[in-house]
Design a protein around this ligand. Structure first.
Ligand code: NDP
Length: 239
């Protein structure tokens, strides 16, 4: 059996689920992290470990990583993918929605990095892959708080990349445009939701989660001395 493993947060749907499946197919042991653990029932391989963890709980995250290291050996990559998008008009939106997004998209991602960095720095190898968004590079109407979280992902990832480069640890940011997943489903404003869907149809739909999974794997599978710092991918008709 291969030693080591790849951890994926938000593995219970969308990009995370497709990425988990793809890394498994490529022969990796995987640690799948999500709250809706029942959504992981179809992953039955002995190379899969599942952890019911909320990424805002740093102790639970650290403990899941430790348990996977005890079983599989050292962590090879941490894919911080868990995320929440609650679109809204800031003049009316409930501020709890801003807090929830910052807790998961920003603090959860920092906690994910903290959970693995000591092991990677000590072993002088490892890869962190942070899933940002094209909304971490440009703005969109009704996306203000979400864009804030994803601009933060880009800047934090780049800052930490510079800090850990001397330890031979890679930090990679993946920034997809629209992808066909459940992400929009959590937005509570129905008008914004239907406007988003109309726009998505006008550009012939989003990318498949599989395309993003393959992009993540492409960056990961380079030799350790090659760090693809950032990839932006989007449907051709998205501007
Ligand atoms: P989904 O809604 O399908 O998946 C989101 C995942 O995040 C779920 O598995 C969910 O699992 C997990 N998650 C959410 N909150 C938490 C939490 N507190 N703790 C643990 N896991 C959590 O959306 P996507 O696959 O689209 O999203 C994945 C990432 O891709 C996100 O970071 C998103 O911002 C980003 N992205 C998505 C785009 C798109 O158009 N879909 C475009 C650009 C970026 P569970 O609820 O089981 O905990």
């Amino acid at each position: 059996m291969t030693t080591g493993f790849v951890a994926i947060t938000g593995a219970s749907s969308g990009i995370g689920e497709a990425t988990a499946q793809y890394f498994l197919e490529k022969g990796h042991n995987v640690l799948l992290i999500a709250r809706r653990i029942e959504r992981l029932d179809h992953f039955q391989d002995e190379r899969v470990m599942k952890a019911k963890v909320d990424v805002t709980d740093e102790q639970a995250l650290k403990s899941a990583i430790q348990q996977a290291e005890d079983k599989f050996g050292p962590i090879q990559a941490m894919i911080n993918n868990a995320g929440l998008m609650l679109l809204g008009d800031v003049s009316k939106q409930n501020s709890q929605e801003w807090k929830d997004m910052f807790d998961v998209n920003v603090l959860g991602l920092l906690k994910g990095m903290q959970a693995v960095l000591p092991s990677m720095i000590e072993r002088k190898t490892g890869t962190i892959i942070n899933i940002s968004s094209i909304a971490g590079k440009k703005t969109f109407t009704d996306h203000a708080a979400y864009v804030g979280t994803k601009f933060a992902v880009h800047s934090m990832s780049e800052n930490i990349r510079e800090e850990v480069a001397k330890h031979n640890v890679r930090v990679i940011t993946i920034a997809p445009g629209v992808v066909e997943t459940e992400l929009l489903g959590h937005t509570t404003n129905e008008e914004i939701k239907s406007g988003y869907n109309e726009w998505k149809n006008s550009i012939q739909g989003g990318l498949s989660p599989q395309t993003v999974a393959e992009t993540i794997y492409f960056a990961f599978s380079q030799p350790q001395n090659v760090n693809i710092r950032e990839i932006v991918l989007a449907p051709t008709m998205q501007v």
